[in-house]
Each structure stands twice: as structure tokens, then as C-alpha cells.
Design a binder for this molecule. Structure first.
Ligand code: BJW
Length: 237
């Protein structure tokens, strides 16, 4: 991947980028939680049926993410951003904060943030690192009294700021996708949009994603190995 002096880079990351920090991916082995698939706990229907179960799931995720550290893949993306400045944009499907802790500044969490909660009845949004483990400890909105839920985009909900995402993608000269199965939309469709606009697209990860056919180049390998190699190649202008 070569970038000319004014070229912009759009990066999309998924669970694979945090795998080497010890955080489980969704669809790999170990991707189950207490026998539940992600589709069973990451939906508005699950929340409606059993908020305590959903909060236990996200409480566990908060604990695990807080205990994890950024890895060489997160750090390399921060170094690429450091070289490119505002020609760099990182859109992550991940809800952990490892990109920020590695030093990335221009990060957009399209599927929400693990360490935020929001009210389901009013616009109240709050930073929240607490764990809610039992039925009688579930949090309520201090403004209107409705239930507070994790600020996560579940299946059937619209990812955050799609307009801003597409504006950044359309302005890019290259799309780099790292560590995602290419099976969850709309993120899985970014590469098709890039192809239609003539934007070069590269994938990095240990196995081919479901949308592999759309990429110009696929580099098979763990992100902690392949991203530092890529950094050496990028002429950041
Ligand atoms: C490594 C590695 C290493 C391992 N180095 N790599 C039918 C057709 C098309 C679409 C739909 C459909 N039916 C329903 C839909 C829509 C639906 C969808 O896509 N469903 C599919 C299951 C078919 N999507 C939605 O509902 C979305 N909303 C939507 O579409 O709204 C409509 C709309 C959109 C746009 C504009 C207007 C309207 C919402 C999706 C929300 C996803 N939410 C989740 C859970 C919440 C977050 C959380 O709890 O963390 O987000 S699901 C889960 O999947 C999570 C992830 O962000 C997301 C993607 O997962 P990811 O990153 O791909 O992880 P894995 O585990 O699948 O893959 C890991 C990868 O890492 C693998 O490839 C490994 O090889 C790799 N890897 N080690 C690099 N060391």
C-alpha cells in the first residue's frame, strides 16, 4: 500500500485487532458466553426479555476490557495516525477502548462504547465503568428514572454516525480492514462501496473474511505481525 502526499487512509477494525490482547472474538472458538451466541445477548429483544442477563454480559466485558492492554496492532495504527495526522480515520466495530489507550485520536466507535451507558427513555448519556451483576442493582436514569442500558449498537439498531463514516470513506484513497469476519453489515459493505468508488482495499487477518472477493489484496497473518510490516511500506508523504 502506497499513499501519496495528500492521500487519506480509512481504517476499519474488528474484534481480531483486540484478540491478541486476550479479548475473545465473537465468532471464533471461545466466542460464546455461558453458552449464548452474541446474537442472543446483543439484541434489543434480549434486553427487553432479560436486562439483568444483558447487563451481566456487558459487566463481564467491562471487566475483561479494563484488564486488557493494547497490543502491537493497536500501537502500530496509532503510529500510522501519527504520521498521517488528519489524513487518517479509524472506524472500529470494537466497543473496547484499546485504540485510544494505544494513542489513537481519530477513532469512531460505530457499534458504541463499552464504558458508556445511555438512558432508554431520554437522551441521557454517561461515562460508566460500573458492573451490574444482580437484578436489584440495575441502574436507572438520574434524570427521568427509565432504565440505563449499555451504549452499544445491537442487531437491528443503526450504527453511530453512518453519514460521517461514509463521508470519510468516500474521501479516502485507500481502505485498510483489519481483523473482522466481514459478516456483519453495514461494516462488511464498506469494501464494496470502496470498490465502486475506485478506492484500493486491503485486508489483514489470519483467515479470509466472508467478503474476501472484494479486496484488492489480502495479507493472511495476525495483525501484530502484519501491521508493523505495513507501517514500513507506507509512504506517508
Ligand atoms: C484476527 C486475529 C488476529 C482473529 N489478528 N485478525 C441479512 C443480510 C445483510 C444484513 C443483515 C441481514 N439480516 C440482518 C442484517 C443486518 C445486521 C447484520 O449484519 N446481521 C448479520 C449477522 C447478517 N446488522 C445490523 O443489524 C446492524 N445494523 C443495521 O444494519 O442497521 C440498518 C442500517 C445500517 C446503516 C444505515 C441505515 C440502517 C447493527 C450491527 C450491530 C453489531 N453489533 C455487535 C454486538 C455489539 C457490540 C459488542 O457487544 O461488542 O457488534 S455483533 C458483533 O459483530 C459486534 C462486532 O462489532 C460485530 C463484528 O464482529 P467482528 O469484528 O467481525 O468479529 P468476529 O468474531 O466475527 O471476527 C473476528 C475476526 O478476527 C475473524 O475474521 C478472525 O479471523 C480475525 N482474527 N485473530 C487479526 N490476531
Amino acid at each position: 500500500m502506497k499513499l501519496a502526499q495528500r492521500d487519506r487512509l480509512f481504517v476499519l477494525t474488528g474484534a481480531g485487532v483486540s484478540a491478541e490482547s486476550g479479548l475473545a472474538t465473537f465468532r471464533g472458538s471461545g466466542g460464546l458466553w455461558n453458552g449464548y451466541r452474541v446474537e442472543q445477548v446483543a439484541t434489543p429483544e434480549a434486553w427487553e426479555a432479560d436486562p439483568a442477563l444483558v447487563w451481566r454480559f456487558y459487566s463481564m466485558r467491562r471487566r475483561e476490557a479494563a484488564a486488557a492492554s493494547p497490543n502491537a496492532a493497536h500501537r502500530t495504527l496509532a503510529r500510522i495516525e501519527n504520521r498521517l495526522g488528519d489524513r487518517f480515520f479509524l472506524c472500529t466495530q470494537n466497543v473496547d477502548d484499546l485504540h485510544e489507550r494505544a494513542g489513537s485520536l481519530r477513532v469512531h466507535h460505530m457499534h458504541g462504547s463499552l464504558f458508556q451507558s445511555r438512558c432508554e427513555g431520554c437522551p441521557f448519556l454517561v461515562a460508566d465503568t460500573a458492573c451490574y451483576e444482580s437484578e436489584d442493582s440495575l441502574p436507572r436514569c438520574p434524570r427521568c428514572g427509565s432504565s440505563l442500558r449499555p451504549r452499544i449498537v445491537w442487531f437491528g439498531e443503526i450504527p453511530l454516525d453512518m453519514e460521517g463514516i461514509y463521508r470519510r470513506l468516500d474521501a479516502a484513497a485507500a481502505l485498510l480492514v483489519v481483523g473482522t469476519s466481514g459478516s456483519v453489515y453495514p461494516a462488511a459493505g464498506f469494501v464494496h462501496r470502496a470498490v465502486a468508488l475506485g478506492i484500493g482495499a486491503m485486508y489483514i487477518g489470519p483467515e479470509s473474511p466472508a467478503n474476501a472477493e472484494a479486496f484488492d489484496e489480502i495479507r493472511l497473518g495476525p495483525a501484530t505481525r502484519e501491521l508493523p510490516r505495513l507501517l514500513e511500506e507506507i509512504g506517508a508523504g
